[in-house]
Design a protein around this ligand. Sequence first.
Ligand code: ZN
Length: 307
Amino acid sequence: MGVIEELGLGVIGYKVGDRVLVGAITPCGQCRACLYGHLSQCGHGDGDEALGGWRFGNTIDGAQAEYLLVPPAQANLAKIPDELTDEQVVLLSDIASTGISGAEAARVRIGDTVVVFAQGPIGLCATAGAKLMGASLIIGVDGDETRLAMARRMGADVVLDYRALDVVAEVRRLTGGGADVAIEALGTQQTFESALRSLRPAGTLSSLGVYSGKLQTPYDAFFRRTRRSPQRHHARSRWERADATTAEPGSIRTFRSNSAHHPPLLAGGYSPCLPALRRTFGWCPKDRDQTVAHGTDPAAARENSLA
Ligand SMILES: [Zn+2]
């Protein structure tokens, strides 16, 4: 987020002084990956490249500097409407767009049941994304009461504390056999497996988490041993069907945030909530190398505070 200081040749529709938003992912907008909508996998003008759209903080240094050169600016600038404050849009450049893209990548449809594992800032925005896309039942999962309360504000109909119950069993019960979509927003083996096991057959797992180590995909999670409920007129077939193995060829989609999402999304009622996901820290130059944590965990925030 910033103000245009200078404009490159050929950039149209913007002028010096415009307040603009730039996504954390800055694709070229012209390559095969971009034209297919896979902006994170931008091929820099040609073909595609794994995470090629991730440049700030990766192949381009200085994203925290006072001045920043935006690559393919025509594809990566979004004017910020005057009526929106900096606080209302700052999360859109990365956290909100990443979370919402989790619902988009899963292709949530009107009426779908969606479970979102982990309700940190990105998971909360995935919950909001599922709501915006028309899900009829959204289940938020976390182990922190503050985050679960925020999940309700962001659109979750039901919240589950994984410390208190078997989340996978409860999701299956609430959804009548498994969710249409599971969004994983933490990046651990446990949440990935739980998300996979919470799906209905042929459901979709959208994975936002960044897995820091090896991730194993449990083959058995694609198969479920089912025991159908007894039916009055088919008492014998009940036993014939018992322990039948049902294939669950759910699809898995992985995604990272793309370009800045549209500020008008804030008009959907989330503008009061987004600033609540952000935390403001004082700035002390001697602690410059410390990391600022964005989160809703007060203890973690105190630990990482620069004040
Ligand atoms: Zn591209």
